[in-house]
Design a protein around this ligand. Sequence first.
Ligand code: GLY
Length: 568
Amino acid sequence: MQIRSRLYVFLLLVPVFFSCSAQKYIPFPYAFEKSIEADSAAVVTAHPLATRVGISILRRGGNAVDAAIAVHFALAVVYPQAGNIGGGGFLIYRDSAGRTAALDFREKAPAAATETMYQDSAGNVLPEKSRFGVFACGIPGSVDGMWEAHKKYGSLPWADLLAPAILLADKGYQITEKEAQQLSEEKVNFIRYTRMVPVFVKMHAWETGDWLIQKDLATTLRRIASRGRDGFYEGPTASLIEYEMKKQNGLITLEDLKNYNSVWRTPVEFDWRGLHIISMPPPSSGGILLQQMLGMLGDADLKGMGFHSPAAVHLMVEAERRAYADRAMHMGDADFWDVPLDTLVSPHYLARRMADFNPDQATASTNVEAGVIKTSEETTHYSIVDAHGNAVSVTTTLNDSYGSRVVVSGAGFLLNNEMDDFSAKPGAPNLYGAIGGKANAVAPRKRPLSSMTPTIVTRDGRLALVVGTPGGTTIPTSVYQVILNVFEFDLPLDSAVHSKRFHHQWLPDKIQVEEGVFPEAVTLKLEEIGHVVAPRDPIGRVEAILCEPNGKLRAVADTRGDDSAGGY
Ligand code: GLY
């Protein structure tokens, strides 16, 4: 059957909750399902509409990868802060037979990028240049990543997987309170960095329930639906990106777009206390950090110490501190930098890293070598398990909220500002007082170091947990804490995800905590032994699916956002 006629059949047959009268089929305000139990399949994403899209694909017989692709494109429409076609990310896959794969569709630096492109002639860092506008954009990887995933694992026709996103863009959907607030806050930036006023800008402030209709994005998605990868990296979409770059002095060329390639990599896989953990290798630091932090716990009895007890928090934080110090010194795109992966995770090395651990005293970060790199916190994650037991864990991002704030004129989508994840000036503190290493210096076609940690956990050869979160450098520590909460502290998944989190990344030398995470006595004890405990805004938005002992799936969406779980 031709793609076009298949699409037509699909449009006729699927429940038409995305049609013109969407309001009738998608009651607004949306129900945010924070925790559900499912018999066969589950989807958890940052937005209830994207979750619905994933479920509808699974119900039609699509597999977990089909659902992931449909969710990815739907999020690009309904969650413009981080869902994207102008960004990139990472996918971890495990099929029901236990075969695993890791797909890197991280953005790449344009061919014309240089090590000093975010410095002035005197060598001062120019932070605005790597954060806003076209100069901050890496070559997007999402469409190529979804195309590669579909080529390898997809079972439903490609165009069918884009159909829900096209309808949502074309006919529109109602925005949530959080989205309304954030779109309104970004108005100035959208006007400043985009040549033609995009649909994200309204004369008056956005309100909850306003309709967002994205006709240009629908047209772009139609090109991708009919031409696949080439509908983005060649032809009209590529020309519109190139035109945007030329008009605003950006670096991405038609050649850069044509040459973009996502890469299947060998996942980071390791055993830990009866679990088998599968996560992302470089250019993400996530998998290595997770293995390091868990490994540095040695044989400590965390449960015996107590959940959020001073002893347990202190040990976990000291492991975090040391792992993040390694991140800055040793981690970068392994295609460009020799990441000493085997050494970093060897039991001998990890034991040596913890040799100076003192259970009664915080280690000063000045006594721990290396430097740290800042990453932004606006990203998104989705977890999917299909009825066959195949699992997908994807974290994807534009970097900042709404990325570079550049909407490609005429094409309707936001471009990332992923170049900010590079070290703007190796060896010198950046705007945030963070120090970047040579390993993550800018270079043509290189990928910036990430913290994204899409993860799948198995036990006794069976799927146990699919998990991930946004949150920049806090991503690996959030995944680490959720794994410990479930498997060491024996918390139900709801509590494991919803309980407050803490984070240490070596520098700045403080435990960043969500307000109210610890009882006062615990905070006082941590301070007494030398920690600085600093409250901050919420950490991460975890989406997790747990295979329960009774064979059911528990899907939990984080209460920190509009996230929603679904299943059947
Ligand atoms: N841009 C956030 C990250 O890749 O970690």
